[in-house]
Design a binder for this molecule. Structure first.
Ligand code: GUN
Length: 289
């Protein structure tokens, strides 16, 4: 079994982007980070995005409206960022409070500033394999991790566990692309799938993005498979100072000995999401500038 080191691969990408940003003409790229309320996971994720921006030389603009902001007020805020020529990329951290329609918010962001890749136009471009669009950061990060770890997708059976807009669906669309780095055979499984273990056991590459702590157990994995664990779950642990520990969607102690390669949590997919957001922001600066 070999661990896929997301921290190392993400650091390599961030170093590459820093060099690219230094060579860009004109002002540095600018990323607007919108975080509604104080959800602890969102606070931590947005901090990481802010820190990576600073390392690379991307200007970040931090906007933290209260959890009570109305949908119309949030739309107005986004409209302002859309119209601002000094802003290249806009990210609204998910999840949003229940009274706000998340997809409506994603659609409100101008497609050419949608560095998250959740806008209808960018999801459409992904389906059409039009590389001028933005690809959602976590799925893009997964593909980059696999490529840079020497995992070939072509002809392999990729099973995606989870059908979210943020991970599952775009990951499946990427893996099936007519590209030399893709060309996989893809199955999407989810909470309503019958006989789930029989399907996941067929995976050469299993992408677990179901959002349930330690859901994937050894009986669900084929020996020799590559396992990508997208889950970030907080599980109560009184022995920790924070009162919780982070765990993935995969039961690591029993699954990892079976695998050819596996990503740890933390230190696997998470840092790659941030690196891909940075890459999309540099792309936005190039395309909009
Ligand atoms: N929440 C979890 N992942 C993401 C992401 O990639 N982008 C945004 N905006 N919110 C998220």
């Amino acid at each position: 079994m070999e661990l896929i080191d997301g921290n190392k691969i993400a650091a390599d990408i961030i170093a590459e982007l820093k060099t690219q940003v230094a060579a860009l003409p004109g002002r540095p790229p600018c990323l607007a980070l919108v975080r509604v309320g104080e959800d602890p996971a969102s606070v931590s994720y947005v901090k990481k995005k802010e820190a990576a921006s600073a390392t690379i030389g991307i200007t970040s603009r931090l906007i933290y409206p209260p959890v009570t902001i109305t949908q119309d007020e949030l739309f107005a805020l986004i409209d302002g960022l859309n119209a601002d020529p000094g802003v290249d990329g806009i990210l609204v951290q998910s999840p949003l409070p229940k009274h706000i329609n998340e997809v409506a918010v994603f659609r409100r962001i101008a497609a050419h500033k949608d560095v998250d890749g959740f806008h209808t136009m960018n999801l459409g471009k992904l389906a059409q394999e039009d590389d001028t669009g933005f690809v959602a950061c976590t799925p893009a990060g997964i593909m980059e991790l696999l490529q840079r770890s020497g995992v070939t997708l072509a002809g392999q059976h990729v099973v995606v566990l989870g059908r979210s807009l943020i991970v599952g669906k775009p990951a499946a669309l990427l893996a099936v692309q007519r590209k030399t780095w893709a060309n996989a055979t893809v199955t999407i499984c989810h909470s309503q799938t019958a006989n789930l273990p029989a399907l996941t056991r067929q995976a050469d590459i299993l992408i677990a993005a179901i959002g349930k702590a330690e859901f994937v157990t050894a009986d669900m994995v084929k020996p020799g498979a590559v396992v990508i664990d997208v889950g970030v779950n907080r599980v109560a642990d009184p022995s920790k100072k924070s009162g919780y520990r982070l765990t993935g969607d995969v039961h690591f102690p029993t699954v990892s000995p079976l695998c050819r390669k596996i990503t740890p949590v933390p230190g696997g997919v998470g840092p790659m999401t941030v690196a891909m957001l940075m890459q999309n922001t540099v792309k936005a600066r190039r395309q909009n500038g």
